[in-house]
Design a protein around this ligand. Structure first.
Ligand SMILES: [Fe+2]
Ligand SMILES: [Fe+2]
Length: 299
C-alpha cells in the first residue's frame, strides 16, 4: 500500500484587472495597494507555472493545495483561480482548501470558494463542508478551513468549535482503520511560527484534539516559508510541515523561494514509512533541495 502526493500552497494567482471602486471601499483597498506596490513582484505567474510543470513531471498520485489562491477575494479572482484549477488537474486528483486571503472580506459562497467546489468535496459528498475527508490509497486527507473574515491588517484564522468537534470525531473514527491520517489546514497550528496578527486563534484547541486522537502528519501554508515542527500526539510526536508560497520569485528573501514537497507514504510490516522530497526554485529552475524519511510505528 503506497501513495505519493504533492503539497503546494499560497499560489496567490495574479490580481485580476476588473476591479471597481465599490469593491475596494473596504479592507481590500490595503491589499490592492500592497499588490501593486510589492506583492506582484514577489508572486510571479511564471514561477507558479514552472512549479506546476515540476510537479507534473514527478507524476504524484495526488496534489494538495493549502489555500491562498487569491489576494483580495474579488469574485473575478475566484473565477480566474477556477480556470487555473481546471488547468492544474481534475477534481478527483487535486484537493483544495481556502486560506485567509479567500476571506479577505465576506464574499457570498457562490461568488467565492463555491466556484472551486469540485476540488473541495469530500468523498461521495454533494456539498462543501469542513472538515471534509478524501481517501486516496492508504491516506485519508482531512481538510480544514481556517478562513475567517478579519479586520484590516489582520490575517489570523479560526477553526471554530464545530469544526474542531467534527475533526475529533473523524480522527477518532479513522484511528485503527489502517489509514495514514494527514490533516491539512492553511494556518500553522503551533504557538510561535508566525506573528500574532497572522496566527490561528484556536491553535491550542486544535493541538488538544490531536493530543487525544493522534494523526500521522499535519500540513499547512500561510507563512510563505518552510517550517518543520512537532506537536504532541497520544503515542508520540506528530510532524508538522509548512511549505513556502508556490509563486515566490528568487528576488524575495533567501530561503523563501517557491517550493513544493513530494510525499511518499508506504505501509510496512510494523508501521508507516513517510518520505519527503523538497523541490525548490534555484537559479537553474526547480531542484531537489532536501530529503528526509521517518519510520512511524502504528498508532
Ligand atoms: Fe499566503
Ligand atoms: Fe495566508
Amino acid at each position: 500500500m503506497h501513495l505519493s502526493f504533492a503539497h503546494m500552497s499560497d499560489p496567490h494567482n495574479p490580481l485580476t484587472p476588473n476591479v471597481t471602486l465599490g469593491q475596494l471601499l473596504n479592507k481590500r483597498f490595503l491589499g490592492y495597494k500592497s499588490w501593486h506596490r510589492k506583492r506582484h513582484l514577489r508572486h510571479r505567474p511564471e514561477v507558479l507555472a514552472a512549479l506546476l510543470a515540476d510537479i507534473k513531471a514527478a507524476t504524484p498520485d495526488h496534489l494538495i493545495i493549502s489555500g491562498d489562491l487569491t489576494n483580495i477575494a474579488l469574485p473575478d479572482e475566484f473565477a480566474a483561480s477556477r480556470v487555473w484549477l481546471e488547468q492544474v488537474g481534475p477534481p478527483q486528483d487535486v484537493t483544495v482548501i481556502p486560506g485567509n486571503h479567500e476571506a479577505y472580506v465576506h464574499v457570498p459562497f457562490d461568488q467565492g470558494i463555491g466556484q472551486w467546489a469540485p476540488w473541495m468535496l469530500g468523498d461521495n459528498a454533494t456539498e462543501v463542508t469542513f472538515p471534509f475527508v478524501r481517501r486516496r490509497g492508504p491516506v485519508a486527507f482531512i481538510m480544514l478551513s481556517t478562513a475567517t473574515v478579519t479586520p484590516p491588517l489582520m490575517a489570523s484564522g479560526t477553526l471554530g468549535k464545530q469544526q474542531l468537534q467534527e475533526l475529533e470525531t473523524i480522527l477518532e473514527n479513522l484511528r485503527g482503520q489502517d489509514l495514514f491520517r494527514c490533516v491539512v489546514l492553511h494556518h500553522p497550528p503551533e504557538d510561535h511560527p508566525t506573528k500574532r496578527r497572522k496566527a490561528l486563534r484556536d491553535r491550542a484547541a486544535f493541538r488538544e484534539v490531536l493530543s487525544r486522537t493522534g494523526a500521522e502528519l499535519v500540513l499547512h501554508g500561510h507563512q510563505h516559508h518552510s517550517h518543520f515542527g512537532l506537536i504532541n500526539g497520544p503515542a508520540g510526536k506528530i510532524p508538522v510541515l509548512g511549505v513556502p508560497s508556490a509563486s515566490m520569485s528568487l528576488t524575495h528573501t533567501k530561503g523563501d523561494e517557491a517550493r513544493w514537497n513530494l510525499w511518499d507514504v508506504r505501509r510496512g510490516d510494523h508501521g508507516w514509512r513517510l518520505s519527503s522530497h523538497a523541490r525548490g526554485l534555484t537559479q537553474r529552475g526547480f531542484e531537489t533541495i532536501g530529503r528526509w524519511s521517518l519510520d512511524m510505528p502504528l498508532s
